[in-house]
Design a binder for this molecule. Structure first.
Ligand code: DAH
Length: 363
């Protein structure tokens, strides 16, 4: 038996020396220590030996078995390290290499960028974020906003209706979120609601899908001066200049009384807009004091509460701030356009308040 152990040891040592991979090593393990392996085979033979010899050989075989197991373990660690080193060598990334030209980097769309910028400023001014559904019902999109079925304002907003229904529409304005907010919460309310809006329109300044931000502030003493100050302060932060002139023109919206359209002072040079006072005016947004009927429709007493609202096109703000001439190009999915007007995610600028915004500034 001792002789056989010694022969087997040599044999196993030779196979271990030849095992160059973890797979080959495992084969050696199975052939020796496995169920029908050579070492296990010797152990099985112990049963047929006389008691004294069995004891003696048993000890010997145990030592031998442990010796082989240890050798296999040792070789395994060696091979594992070797394979890891080989992988590290072959998979090495050279971080100094220039970016391959065919790898094109994604850009943040100006609409997402500007939406982030606008929300971040409104957040600094204490507004909460509110949201509503793109598929809206007649009540929230029109009726509760003081636009009954026969109202001419319905024609002004060429509406997409969902198939086989007159009650569900693709929302024509984010103003419906005002209603949803007032239904769900008692004043004080101070929210902005960004989102997509839809109308059957298509030309240089209109696309069937566009983006708006709605603002609503309701409290007991909120007045027109608050609306004007809020908008002026917002414009200064957004356009990153103190040279902001706002002009309020009387206008009409069914859900505000009085209603205004606000224009911002700007010049237009070579097709590009530039914000500054004293040059010309550019139409910017609609606003006003919330109509008592709207408050009533949401279960609020107009003798107790009052407030202001405003609604602006995000796309328009993007065009003005970043000098983008044609609205339609926003939604053409043209890579050359997005490369030119898009933003890199890691550009982190600061606005005039010194607070860093989540997005980036122009390129
Ligand atoms: N919803 C209006 C539109 O889409 C914009 C608007 C005007 C919103 C006046 C308002 C507002 O909240 O007070 O044209």
């Amino acid at each position: 038996m001792e002789q056989r152990i010694s022969n087997l040891r040599e044999e196993i040592n030779a196979s271990l020396a030849q095992a160059e991979t973890l797979i080959a090593l495992d084969e050696v393990r199975v052939k020796t220590l496995g169920k029908s392996g050579s070492v296990t085979g010797l152990m099985k033979e112990l049963g047929s030996l006389p008691v004294e010899e069995k004891k003696q050989m048993g000890q010997l075989l145990n030592v031998f078995k442990n010796e082989i197991a240890a050798l296999i373990e040792e070789k395994k660690s060696f091979l594992e390290e070797k394979e890891l080193n080989e992988r590290l060598q072959s998979e090495k990334v050279d971080v100094t290499l220039p970016v391959r030209p065919e790898v094109s980097m994604g850009r943040i769309h100006p609409v997402s960028q500007v939406m982030e910028e606008m929300l971040s400023i409104f957040a600094q001014m204490g507004f909460d974020l509110a949201e509503g559904p793109d598929i809206e019902d007649d009540f929230h999109n029109f009726e509760a906003l003081n636009i009954p079925p026969s109202h001419p304002a319905r024609q002004m907003q060429a509406t997409f209706f969902m198939q086989n229904t007159t009650d569900k529409v693709l929302r024509t304005q984010t103003s419906g979120v005002q209603i949803r907010t007032m239904e769900g919460k008692k004043p004080p309310i101070k929210i902005v609601a960004p989102g997509r809006t839809y109308r059957r329109d298509y030309d240089m300044t209109h696309t069937p899908m566009f983006h708006q931000i709605e603002g609503l502030v309701i409290d007991k003493k909120t007045n027109l001066a608050h609306l004007k100050t809020t908008l002026v302060e917002f414009m200064k932060l957004f356009f990153e200049t103190d040279d902001v002139a706002l002009r309020f023109r009387p206008s009409y919206f069914p859900f505000t009384e009085p209603s205004y359209e606000a224009d911002v002072g700007c010049s237009r040079e070579n097709g590009e807009f530039k914000i500054k006072s004293g040059a010309g005016w550019c139409e910017l947004l609609g606003c006003g004091m919330v109509h008592p009927n709207v408050l009533k429709n949401c279960g609020l007493d107009p003798d107790e509460y009052q407030g202001y609202a405003f609604g602006c096109g995000i796309d328009r703000f993007a065009m003005l701030k970043y000098g983008i001439p044609d609205l339609r190009s926003f939604f053409d999915a043209d890579m050359r356009w997005i490369k030119h007007y898009g933003f890199l995610p890691l550009d982190i600028p600061t606005n005039t308040s010194g607070l860093s915004l989540n997005g980036g500034s122009k390129r």
